[in-house]
Structure formats: structure tokens, C-alpha cells
Design a protein around this ligand. Structure first.
Ligand code: FDM
Ligand code: MG
Length: 208
């Protein structure tokens, strides 16, 4: 039997460098002979993803519950591919996952963390969540937010508080306020360790 790949998730506020770091990890893993693939949620390429994309670009409005369920559906529609890649030995480096789903919706009025978690219960459980953090001073040094929905300071603060509430034993908080190369070196060695530790373990189910 071949060793399975790992499911490694990156979470963190906007502008924390998740996408840059995920892509650098893929390049380095492949160069070192590992099978690795980058996934990003929301995956804006599917039909559901296109709807999410219009919502984020403010070209359509959706009820807050409805958009929450669409984000979740956008993960569920990927799980067959995800599981088969993992079982064939490919490590998935995932840019946002169900934790973003919960943290962003629960930042809205009238939503509990518990309600927000329900639709994602049972998704593949990450072997590790790297949570990239930046102080608000470091964040402001990185320049302003864009025009998408949620790219505002008050929302980002609530999202960060929600991430803190979602943290469990599989999370590692990483201070992202360092150079791209230094952060990459730190993450690469952590990722290799996770791959080593998880290859003989069964993949779990999220929040069960
Ligand atoms: N987002 C992302 C959610 O609100 N729910 C989710 O389930 C996910 C995965 O979508 F503001 C939010 C987070 C962010 C926006 O994400 C788009 P990217 O990473 O900026 O594309
Ligand atoms: Mg964004």
C-alpha cells in the first residue's frame, strides 16, 4: 500500500500571505519529489464557485444563510477529488477551508459558531491547520484591503476573534510577520513533519 498524502490547511486573515506561501510550498515539495497539489476555497471555477464569486464582487446579493451553505457545498463538491488524491499519495495544500466558512459567517449579526459548523461536519479532517497571524500594525504596513465584500477592518477583527475560538489541538499559530523566504523555510520544515506523522494515520472527519 502506498502512504497517503496529507491534508494541510492554511487559515488566516486577508493579506497574511497564505496564497504566496501555499504556492511556494507546492513548488518546493514537487522539486523534492513529493506529489502535492494546491487547492483553494472558495473554488471559483465551478458553477457554485461562480455564484460565490459574483456575491463577493457585490454583483449579486444573497441571503446570509444561503451564501453560507453555498460555501459549504463548494467544499462538498470537491471531496471526491480530494479523497482520491490523498489516497493516491498526493499531499493537498489547501488555502482556506471550513474554518473560514464559520469565522466569516459567524462575524455577521445573528449567527452562532455552532450553527455555522453544521453543514461542514464530516468533511475530511485536516492533519494540520497552520494559522497565519499578523498584528494589526503589521497588517496595516501591508497596505489597504481591496474592494471585495468582507475586506474591511471591523469584519476582519471579528473574523480573527472567531478563528481564535475555533482553534483546537491540530492548529499551529504561526507569526507571519517575517520575510517571505523566512516564513517559507519555517513552514516547509513544519509541513514535511506533518507529512511524516500523518502518512500511517487514517484521515479523520471534521467536527465529529
Ligand atoms: N470566505 C471563504 C467565506 O466567507 N466563507 C468560506 O467558506 C470561505 C472559504 O470569502 F473574504 C470568504 C473569505 C474571503 C472571501 O476568499 C474570498 P479569498 O481567499 O480572498 O479568495
Ligand atoms: Mg480575498
Amino acid at each position: 500500500m502506498i502512504d497517503r498524502g496529507s491534508l494541510i490547511v492554511f487559515e488566516g486573515c486577508d493579506r497574511s500571505g497564505k496564497t504566496t506561501q501555499c504556492n511556494k510550498l507546492i513548488t518546493q515539495l514537487e522539486a523534492d519529489g513529493h506529489k502535492a497539489k494546491y487547492l483553494k476555497f472558495p473554488d471559483r471555477t465551478t458553477k457554485i464557485g461562480q455564484l460565490i464569486n459574483s456575491y463577493l464582487g457585490q454583483s449579486c446579493d444573497l441571503d446570509d444563510h444561503a451564501i453560507h451553505l453555498l460555501y459549504s457545498a463548494n467544499r462538498w463538491e470537491a471531496i471526491h477529488t480530494m479523497k482520491s488524491l490523498i489516497n493516491q499519495g498526493t499531499t493537498l495544500i489547501v488555502d482556506r477551508y471550513a474554518y473560514s466558512g464559520v469565522a466569516y459567517t459567524a462575524a455577521k449579526e445573528g449567527f452562532t459558531l455552532d450553527w455555522c459548523k453544521q453543514p461542514d461536519i464530516g468533511l475530511p479532517q485536516p492533519d494540520k491547520v497552520f494559522y497565519l497571524t499578523l498584528s494589526s500594525e503589521a497588517l496595516s504596513r501591508r497596505g489597504g484591503f481591496g474592494d471585495e465584500r468582507y475586506e474591511k477592518k471591523d469584519i476582519q477583527d471579528k473574523v480573527a476573534q472567531n478563528f481564535q475560538k475555533l482553534k483546537d489541538g491540530d492548529w499551529e499559530e504561526i507569526d507571519a510577520d517575517k520575510s517571505v523566504e523566512d516564513l517559507h523555510r519555517e513552514l516547509y520544515s513544519r509541513v514535511k513533519q506533518v507529512m511524516e506523522d500523518s502518512k500511517k494515520k487514517a484521515l479523520g472527519k471534521l467536527w465529529t
